[in-house]
Design a protein around this ligand. Structure first.
Ligand SMILES: Nc1ncnc2c1ncn2[C@@H]1O[C@H](COP(=O)(O)OP(=O)(O)OP(=O)(O)O)[C@@H](O)[C@H]1O
Ligand SMILES: [Mg+2]
Length: 256
């Protein structure tokens, strides 16, 4: 399982993660929400070993990835699919090769199995007949979905999604939420989903956490989010500019 233990991450004087603890449970869909700049992407990048914490550690299936060898880290990454916030497709490869990339490198599937799997994963994200195209001829939302197909193609044990529905229309957002639910139900994939999209969060979450001020300040079920008295969570969910966060900002402005 994934355990994040007391991690700190600063960029100069900007304290982004300030002692974050979190345990991910087997087979759950865990949502991490938080305002822009709260450190959600940095947290995911720590979990997959793309960014190293200044202190604290992250265990994946009992291995501390902040201290293990690069070889071991590479092995652990094979268990994790990662959907980047900014789609990172290989521009020089067509869509088929982009999705097949992990299959060629991480599995022993033969060519016809790879073909079938690529087609199936593209269909799961609502795309067909795009295999021969280059990323440059796809819309932003289509590229996002190719990134999703690529992350799930080799059926990793864990999938980390960074804003999977941003830039998608409501129908496609529903396709993606159904996909995350189905991966959990049928393949027992454990998911961490970073999102601002409360409709998605309520639909797919087993647990929802909020990252604020470098810490997880709230953790609960969707119902607990709906009924919470935590002002920060309420303000985030309501999307209102009235509340504790704005008040803090006002104080900062007065100090200036
Ligand atoms: N490579 C970097 N160098 C310096 N600062 C960074 C770097 N990466 C992120 N940061 C800073 O860390 C903070 C958190 O960034 P992060 O991308 O994790 O936010 P986020 O919660 O994902 O926001 P959003 O919802 O807008 O995607 C920001 O203040 C950002 O400027
Ligand atoms: Mg982000």
């Amino acid at each position: 399982m994934i355990k994040v233990n007391n991690i700190y991450k600063n960029f100069g004087s900007n304290v982004v993660l300030n002692g974050v603890h979190l345990d991910v449970r087997a087979g759950e869909v865990l949502i991490i929400m938080g305002f822009s700049g709260a450190g959600k992407s940095i947290l995911l990048k720590n979990i997959i070993g793309l960014v190293k914490p200044d202190s604290g550690f992250i265990e994946i299936d009992g291995i501390d990835i902040t201290k293990c060898s690069l070889e071991k880290l590479h092995e652990i990454r094979k268990k994790i699919g990662y959907v980047f916030q900014e789609v990172a497709l290989f521009d020089s490869l067509n869509i088929f090769e982009n999705v097949a990339f992990g299959l060629r490198n991480l599995t022993t599937l033969n060519e016809s199995e790879i073909k079938q799997r690529v087609k199936q994963c593209l269909a799961m994200v609502g795309l067909k007949n795009v295999e021969h195209l280059n990323p440059s001829s796809l819309s932003g939302g289509m590229k996002k979905r190719v990134g999703l197909a690529r992350a799930i193609a080799y059926q990793p044990e864990y999938v980390l999604y960074d804003e999977p529905t941003t830039g998608l229309d409501p129908i496609m957002s529903d396709v993606i939420s159904d996909l995350i639910i189905n991966l959990k139900k049928h393949l027992h994939i454990t998911s961490i989903v970073v999102t601002h999209d409360m409709k998605l969060a309520y639909k797919i979450a087993d647990r929802i956490m909020m990252l604020y001020g470098g810490n997880i300040i709230f953790s609960g079920t969707p119902d607990e989010v709906r009924n919470t008295k935590n002002e920060y969570v309420k303000q985030f969910v309501r999307g209102s500019s009235q509340g504790p966060i704005l008040i803090e900002k006002r104080f900062e402005m007065e100090r200036i």
